[in-house]
Write a protein that binds this ligand. Structure first.
Ligand SMILES: [Zn+2]
Length: 238
């Protein structure tokens, strides 16, 4: 089976985070241990690729096995329960970092490579908005869907998920992915200062692994984060 079998225990994360943060100003000399990298990206631009950080995750777990639908489980219910859990965790992480993500620091919503994420309103119009506003729009949209009995029925006995359920889950995953991509791209230094990078890495690895298991994210959407994904040992899609 695929998956990453070389997760490194977080026992080494007691190291001096403050001194690591200072290293940000002098990280271009670090070697990137990423065999997939043809042209090494700038670590100043992408500090989240530094080996010291990508190796830090919550626990030594097999996320691939954790994501696969177990025998006897209903697929839609499995996807629904994970969607709710991912939303809660990512929303909590975003909220914890909201002091750093303001209209001043993030007047647009950017991801790796300075890609801009647009909010699409109810009329289908694309809106360029600040990251906090984008987060507010997307999280409110997701919350509304998750609490809609017609979309995410809570009465499991005999419950039926609507047509288009997978499409809505895909849209939710896209917004959750954007939320994490923005944190990596625009706030990774803040994440490290808050010592949340093991949580972020674990959450991101789990989200991407789960989305690949159920084809919830387009490869074109995840491409800007592919360097991190491969570094986190998530190349098991083949
Ligand atoms: Zn931001």
């Amino acid at each position: 089976m695929g998956g990453c079998h070389s997760y490194i225990s977080s026992s080494s994360r007691d190291g001096d985070t403050a001194s690591k943060a200072e290293e940000f100003s002098d990280i271009t000399g670090h070697n990137l241990k990423n065999n997939n990298t043809q042209a090494a990206p700038s670590l100043e631009e992408k500090p989240y690729l530094m080996q010291d950080y990508v190796s830090e995750r919550i626990a030594d777990i097999d996320i691939k096995t954790l994501s696969v639908l177990p025998d006897g489980f209903d697929k839609a219910e499995w996807m629904a329960s994970h969607t709710i859990a991912f939303f809660k965790h990512i929303n909590m992480l975003s909220s914890a970092l909201s002091d750093f993500c303001t209209t001043r620091t993030c007047p647009t919503t950017t991801g790796p490579g300075d890609v801009t994420y647009y909010w699409t309103d109810e009329h289908g119009k694309k809106l360029k908005c600040s990251a906090p506003l984008y987060t507010d729009y997307t999280m409110s949209y997701i919350q509304e869907l998750l609490t809609d009995e017609e979309v995410f029925p809570t009465h499991t006995a005999g419950s039926s998920f609507p047509n288009g359920f997978v499409f809505l889950v895909q849209r939710i995953f896209l917004y959750l992915f954007h939320a994490l991509a923005h944190l990596y791209w625009a706030h990774f230094r803040d994440v490290v200062r808050m010592e949340m990078h093991p949580h972020l890495n674990t959450l991101f690895a789990h989200l991407v692994t789960f989305s690949r298991e159920f084809q919830l994210l387009e490869p074109a959407e995840t491409a800007p984060m592919e360097d991190l994904i491969s570094t986190l040992c998530l190349h098991h899609s083949s």
